[in-house]
Design a binder for this molecule. Structure first.
Ligand code: KG4
Ligand code: ZN
Length: 334
């Protein structure tokens, strides 16, 4: 079965072709340059850019997969959560194409796409824990089966990606900043500065990164930071990685689950990858990450999630664009 996936939930325009769960093409057009001068994504600019590029991206996903539009059996599109204007461009394009090709249209949660992305090219038996760390989200789920997700931890404020991006902005490193901090941190000392590892007393699983951001601001502006950029990057990154590992390893014990999947833009982080791997395997567990191309937003994970839902016999979701769309049920207090 050939599924054409479309993803436009934020600032990346993407289309992909997935055949029986295998990625044939995955084309992503990043808008980073457009938003860089504003230090964050500007929703109106994002929607307008999606509109300009979507047709070309679709055509190139089809041609790179070596197929024709008439070979497509179904279309999968991100229906939410995300920026409303951005989502609407993808959903409208998908609706038009499904009508033209007379094929079914499947709505997919962006979060489900991320959570299942480590399985596109990797394997992990169910149930498993899924840590989703991106620019828009930071949550930990217990994946009991495909379509059955329990949110067991979530950030109370900023996401991990936002923390990276805001730190990069403070350090004058541009937007988005996760990748630059990752690169600089490789040459810095992770213990150069003792940044806080926040904990919510009433909920030991909860995450919070806004205090860390303030601590960096304070360090730079009130304490006359003397450390190198590399040391600051490494220490800041370590504070995020420590907290993410703490919540994952606690959840392994709490839920007696040994398998962990890590997904989302921040799962590309090299320090998170190496430390998570050693901490989880030291506890007798196994961990999988998506390949780097499937960490940040992409349509292959959307088409692959739609395929997995189909083969698991799950009903397809509607395609109404929805900006707020939580995944599964929540164990944690809101
Ligand atoms: O999943 P994604 O493309 O978008 C959302 O769904 O939000 O994630 C983007 C985020 C950005 O905050 C970016 O700085 C972060 O992922 N990111 C990284 C790395 N690569 C991307 N953060 C840390 N280390 C990286 N190597
Ligand atoms: Zn995302």
């Amino acid at each position: 079965m050939i599924i054409l996936g479309i993803e436009t939930s934020c600032d990346d325009t993407s289309a992909a072709v997935v055949a029986d769960g295998r990625v044939l093409s995955n084309v992503v057009s990043s808008q980073d340059q457009i938003h860089a001068e504003y230090g964050g994504v500007v929703p109106e600019l994002a929607a307008r850019r999606h509109l300009e590029t979507i047709q070309g991206i679709l055509d190139s996903a089809i041609s790179r997969a070596g197929i024709e539009y008439r070979d497509v059996d179904a279309i999968a599109v991100t229906r939410g959560p995300g920026l409303m204007g951005s989502l609407l461009v993808g959903v409208s394009a998908a609706q038009g194409l499904a009508l033209r090709l007379s094929v079914p249209l499947l709505g997919v949660s962006h979060l489900e796409g991320h959570v299942l992305s480590p399985l596109v090219e990797g394997e992990l038996e169910l149930p498993f824990l899924a840590l989703l760390v991106s620019g828009g989200h930071t949550s930990l789920y217990l994946v009991r089966s495909i379509g059955d997700y329990l949110e067991i931890a979530a950030t109370r404020d900023d996401s991990a990606g936002e923390a990276f991006d805001k730190a990069a902005k403070m350090l004058g490193l541009g937007f988005p900043g996760g990748r630059v901090i990752d690169r600089l941190a490789k040459h810095g000392r992770a213990d150069a500065i003792a940044f806080p590892r926040a904990r919510v007393r009433a909920d030991p699983m909860a995450l919070s990164f806004s205090g860390l951001k303030t601590a960096l601001w304070d360090h730079l502006h009130n304490r006359g930071a003397t450390e190198s950029l590399e040391d600051i990057a490494a220490s800041f990154q370590e504070a995020i990685v420590d907290v993410l590992i703490d919540r994952c390893t606690r959840a392994m014990t709490l839920f007696d689950v040994r398998r962990v999947a890590v997904a989302g833009g921040v799962s590309a982080n090299s320090r998170l990858r190496s430390r998570m791997t050693s901490e989880v395997t030291a506890r007798g567990g196994e961990v999988v990450f998506p390949p780097l191309a499937l960490c940040t937003d992409n349509a292959a994970m959307i088409a692959a999630a739609a395929y997995r839902r189909l083969v698991s016999g799950l009903p397809s979701e509607d395609v109404r664009a929805t900006s707020r769309l939580p995944l599964g049920c929540r164990l944690t207090p809101a």
